[in-house]
Write a protein that binds this ligand. Structure first.
Ligand SMILES: CC(C)(COP(=O)(O)OP(=O)(O)OC[C@H]1O[C@@H](n2cnc3c(N)ncnc32)[C@H](O)[C@@H]1OP(=O)(O)O)[C@@H](O)C(=O)NCCC(=O)NCCS
Length: 204
């Protein structure tokens, strides 16, 4: 295939570039709307220009290199249906993903993550470094499971929800769309949509 373009050029983008390199996937470079970094390099790969130029580079694939959930969703919506078939996944070779896991478009699974059987990872979701997602979970589109977070079995994570670094979520709970769980929290009850919870046990 021709190479993959990474949209965004910050820290998250570097992690994605490294995963693709470990997978042996050729990367064309990065696109980012911050004009101040055009022409610079990250991990030896060029920042080629703004995201609007993506078609000019004739990418064989696209992947988000932006960590912020709202910004990620905005970029996918901006590119629209023309990009639909180009979104590709990045799964680190040292992540463990069960055979029965459903991987949506544009999913990223970082090094050391574990995703157990019959879990579904929604389009453009992120399972960050060392996070674990047990069996039968449903991770919504754009949701981000932060580094070292642990989800027990049967959990539903709504679209665009964020689980902070090192948080734990007890089994069979539902976290609504856009919910946020603070770093290091222990979630032992359902969390409504767009509610922020934190602490041990987690509360609003
Ligand atoms: C929960 C969170 C979203 C709240 O952010 P915020 O609204 O800016 O909160 P503030 O920093 O203003 O703190 C508000 C209060 O909540 C407390 N608090 C904040 N985060 C907390 C957490 N993770 N656990 C327990 N208490 C927390 C603060 O101590 C403060 O308490 P106080 O009012 O008694 O002083 C944020 O602190 C957090 O944990 N983000 C996760 C970051 C992360 O994991 N990033 C990974 C990137 S890959």
């Amino acid at each position: 295939m021709s190479g993959v373009l990474i949209l965004g050029a910050g820290g998250h983008a570097k992690v994605i570039a490294d995963i693709l390199s470990c997978q042996g996937v050729p990367v064309i470079g990065f696109l980012d709307d911050n004009t101040a970094i055009w022409g610079a390099t990250r991990l030896g790969l060029p920042i080629l220009g703004g995201i609007a130029t993506w078609r000019e580079h004739l990418p064989g694939g696209l992947i988000l290199g932006i960590g912020d959930i709202i910004a990620r969703q905005a970029v996918v919506e901006r590119l629209g249906p023309q990009a639909y078939d180009l979104w590709c996944t990045a799964v680190h070779p040292r992540a463990t993903v069960a055979n029965s896991v459903r991987l949506g478009r544009g999913v990223a699974v970082m090094a050391g993550a574990v995703v157990n059987p019959d879990t579904s990872l929604g389009d453009h979701s992120v399972i960050n470094t060392g996070a674990t997602v047990d069996h039968d979970c449903i991770i919504g589109e754009y949701a981000h499971i932060g580094p070292g977070a642990h989800l027990a079995g049967g959990i539903r994570i709504g679209q665009g929800a964020f689980i902070g670094i090192g948080a734990n979520v007890a089994p069979w709970l539902t976290l609504g769309a856009g919910a946020i769980v603070g770093a290091g929290s222990a979630v032992i009850g359902d969390v409504p949509a767009r509610v922020v919870v934190k602490g041990v046990p987690a509360h609003q």
